[in-house]
Design a protein around this ligand. Structure first.
Ligand code: FAS
Ligand code: PHB
Length: 390
């Protein structure tokens, strides 16, 4: 398929942010081309998020990707917090007047968006090497890749993740970043074993653990590990033994162990870039911000960024009005920072921090006891977990 010399919006990155933005714009008659550095299989092979907010489900439906999600997505009405040998259920639905989350892996979200884009004949260039952004401050920016490809456009959407080229293309004096790096990572294991009925977030003196899933027969588990650990130091046997020590006995009795089909370690950081616009370039998703996965916000923030940015482009092209586009950065950052706060709060509540003083664990215990004894505290967790309003 030959790539045209021009498009309206050039999108860098075919992860969930880029694909969702492309779909929402194409369906409103706005032409896009997506440039992706990796192959489709590589993108699909990255094991990432698992929990979708209602806004994300709504945007995926708008993008024409609601059918399989409705059939295979698992609606969850509550989540568990385990500590001190007991499991405490947070009644997400009851505390938020009926809101829920949907368990549906990011891999499946990405697969559905890829298929939807193919079905409308929109163009994605995979394995685009050495993507570069040009003339961002003018009225005709462009993107080049490989040795001889150039695409002229009206706007560029940088959806190329934390290590992408888009944010790096903004002059240092035109962007500020705010970052907190956590002194531990998450070792994640996928296994085709029966999963638990609801997620369990576990605080333990040995470290944090999370019991999640992708389907009733495919489980996803995590344990907090030191940043110096590597995957080959963690046999399946060692992983399961550690997980069973960190969760409460009731949860441990329900966990079915088995061979891992995927095992990886992810570092944790909180990061926000400001502003999210540089002239004709807009940042969305992980290109703009990173959250520790403790609050299950990463993919969902990408969806709300795309919600705001797509509204801006649609208003520009269909109503010749730039208010929404000009207001994108401020509007998106307001929700981003609230999700950053919640993700930081869940992370500091549930993890053990090396080199912490003796006061910190007592504070954690007090906060956990307050959480399980106060409906107000539980409502605070629940309304952030299902996603604050856009
Ligand atoms: P992505 O990083 O998904 O996609 C960016 C795309 O841009 C990639 O396909 C990349 O190949 C491409 N790209 C990069 N540089 C490029 C260039 N120069 N040219 C062209 N293309 C380029 N979130 C949760 O909610 N829960 C989780 O459990 C969770 N776990 C995670 C584990 C890991 C290891 C990581 C890294 C993230 C995790 N996240 C999690 C967050 C994750 O889900 C992101 O929020 C989500 O992928 C954001 O989507 P995008 O913004 O599209 O970025
Ligand atoms: C996951 O299933 O991968 C998952 C779920 C909830 C989180 C983080 C990761 O908070």
């Amino acid at each position: 398929m030959t790539v045209p010399a021009r498009t309206q919006v050039a999108i860098i990155g075919a992860g969930p942010a880029g694909l969702l933005l492309g779909q929402l714009l194409q369906l409103r008659g706005i032409d896009t081309v997506i440039l992706e550095a990796k192959s489709p299989d590589y993108v699909l092979g990255r094991i990432r998020a698992g929990v979708l907010e209602e806004i994300t489900v709504r945007k995926l439906r708008e993008a024409g990707c609601g059918d399989r999600l409705a059939r295979e997505g698992l609606v969850h009405h509550g989540t568990g917090i385990a500590f001190g040998g007991s499991l405490h259920r947070i009644d997400i639905q009851g505390l938020t007047c009926g809101k829920v989350v949907t368990v549906y892996g990011q891999t499946e979200v990405t697969r559905d968006l890829m298929h939807a884009r193919e079905s409308i004949g929109a163009q994605t260039v995979y394995e685009a090497q050495d993507v570069q952004l040009h003339d961002l401050t003018g009225t005709t920016p462009s993107v080049s890749w490989g040795t001889r490809h150039t695409l002229h456009c009206d706007f560029i959407a940088g959806c190329d993740g934390f290590h992408g080229v888009s944010r790096a293309s903004i002059p240092k004096d035109s962007i500020r970043s705010f970052e907190r790096v956590y002194p531990f990572g998450w070792l994640g294991v996928m296994a085709d074993v029966p999963s638990l009925p609801e997620l369990v977030y576990a605080h333990h003196e040995r470290g944090f653990a999370l019991c999640s899933l992708r389907s009733p027969t495919r489980s996803r588990y995590y344990v907090q590990v030191p940043l110096t650990d590597t995957v080959d130091q963690w046999s399946d046997a060692r992983f399961w033994d550690e997980l069973l020590q960190r969760v409460d006995p009731l949860t441990a009795s329900r966990i079915v162990t088995g061979p891992s089909i995927e095992k990886s370690i992810a570092p944790l950081r909180s990061f926000v870039a400001e502003p999210l616009r540089y002239h004709r370039l807009f940042l969305a998703g992980d290109a703009a911000h990173i959250v520790p996965p403790t609050g299950a916000k990463g993919l969902n923030l990408a969806a709300s960024d795309v919600h705001y940015l797509s509204e801006g482009f649609i208003s520009h092209y269909r109503e010749r009005c730039d208010l929404a586009l000009d207001g994108y950065s401020q509007r998106a950052l307001a929700r981003i920072w609230k999700a950053e706060r919640f993700s930081w709060w869940m992370t500091q509540l549930l993890h053990t921090f090396p080199d912490q003083d003796s006061f910190a664990p007592r504070l954690q215990q007090a906060e956990l006891q307050y959480l399980i004894s106060s409906e107000t505290a539980q409502r605070l967790l629940a309304e952030n977990y299902v996603g604050l309003p856009t």
